[in-house]
Design a protein around this ligand. Structure first.
Ligand code: HEC
Length: 255
C-alpha cells in the first residue's frame, strides 16, 4: 500500500479513493491452516458423499418403494390416494365448502392464496427485524400453516382403512388361465368370478386364488361352506362339477 504523497482519500481518511479489487490471498500464505481444493478437499467431499450414497442404498433395499399392481381402470373398487405430501390438499376437497359445486375453492382459491402469499412474502414482509419473535405476523402465519397442514394430513390419514388399501393395490401373482377348461366354466357359472375375478387374481372383494396351497378337498369345502368373510353356499352345482372346480383352483400356479 502506498502511503502519503499521491494518495487520495474520500473525505474520510480511512477510505482510499481508488478501490482495489478484493482478491483473497493465496492459500499458501496460511501455512498449516488451509488445504488444496484438488485433491485433498474434493476427496473428503467424495468420501462423505459415498457414506450417504451407501446409507441411502441400504435404506432403499430395506424399504422397497411401495409399488402397487398395474392400474386397472375397470376396477371400481380401487381407491386411489395421493402420496402423503399431498394428503392435506386432498383432504381440503372433502369439506362441503370446498367440494362439489365449490370445488374451485378447494382446488384453486385456498391453495392459490396460500402459495401466492408465500411468493409475495419477500415483498410484504419487508421489516428490518430478523428474529422470529420480532415478526409476529410472519411467524404467526407460518405456525398457522404448519398446524393446518399437519391437521389436514392427520384427518386424511385416519379416514383411510390402510389394511384394505394395501389389499386393493397388492401385486398378485397371475396364472395362465385356461378359460375353456371345465373347471373355469364351473367357476364362471357359480359366480365365483364376480368376487375372485376373471383371472382368479382377486380384487377389492376377494383374495387371489392363485397358488393358495389349498388341496382340492379344502377348496371344495370353502366353495360350499365359505371361509372368513366369504359367505357359505356360493357353490350351487353338483358334486361332479365341484370336483372339477376344486381341482382347477387347487392346481393354479403362478406363471
Ligand atoms: C361374495 C364374494 C365371493 C364369492 C362369490 C366367492 N368368494 Fe371365495 N372368497 C371371498 C372372500 C372375501 C374370501 C376371503 C375370506 C377370508 O379369508 O376372510 C374368499 C376366499 C376363498 C378361498 C380361500 C382362499 C385362500 O387363499 O385361503 C377359496 C378357495 C375361495 N374363496 C373359493 C371360491 C369359490 C370356488 C367360489 C365360487 C363357488 C367363491 N370363492 C366365490 C369372496 C367370495
Amino acid at each position: 500500500m502506498h502511503r502519503g504523497k499521491g494518495m487520495k482519500f474520500v473525505g474520510d481518511s480511512r477510505v482510499p479513493a481508488e478501490r482495489k479489487p478484493n482478491i483473497p490471498k493465496d492459500y499458501s500464505e496460511y501455512p498449516g491452516k488451509t488445504e488444496a481444493f484438488w485433491p485433498n478437499f474434493l476427496l473428503k467431499e467424495w468420501m462423505v458423499g459415498a457414506v450417504f450414497l451407501i446409507g441411502y442404498l441400504c435404506l432403499t433395499i430395506a424399504h422397497p418403494s411401495p409399488l402397487e399392481r398395474v392400474a386397472d381402470p375397470t376396477d371400481t373398487g380401487y381407491l386411489p390416494l395421493p402420496d402423503w405430501y399431498f394428503l392435506f390438499l386432498y383432504q381440503l376437497l372433502k369439506y362441503t365448502y370446498a367440494s362439489g359445486p365449490y370445488n374451485i375453492i378447494g382446488a384453486f382459491i385456498i391453495p392459490g392464496l396460500a402459495f401466492g402469499a408465500l411468493m409475495l412474502a419477500p415483498f410484504i414482509d419487508r421489516g428490518p427485524k430478523r428474529r422470529p419473535t420480532q415478526r409476529p405476523f410472519a411467524t404467526g402465519f407460518m405456525l398457522l400453516s404448519i398446524a393446518s397442514i399437519i391437521f389436514l394430513t392427520w384427518e386424511s390419514v385416519v379416514a383411510v382403512d390402510w389394511e384394505a388399501k394395501e389389499a386393493m393395490g397388492k401385486i398378485v401373482e397371475e396364472a395362465e388361465i385356461d378359460t375353456s377348461s371345465d373347471g373355469f366354466v364351473v367357476y364362471e357359472e357359480n359366480g365365483c368370478i364376480n368376487c375372485h375375478g376373471d383371472n382368479l387374481a382377486g380384487g377389492s372383494a376377494a383374495p387371489s386364488l392363485v397358488g393358495t396351497g389349498l388341496t382340492a378337498e379344502e377348496v371344495a369345502d370353502i366353495a360350499k361352506n365359505g371361509v372368513g368373510k366369504m359367505p357359505p353356499g356360493m357353490y350351487k352345482g353338483n358334486d361332479e362339477d365341484l370336483a372339477k372346480l376344486s381341482e382347477f383352483i387347487s392346481t393354479l400356479e403362478a406363471k
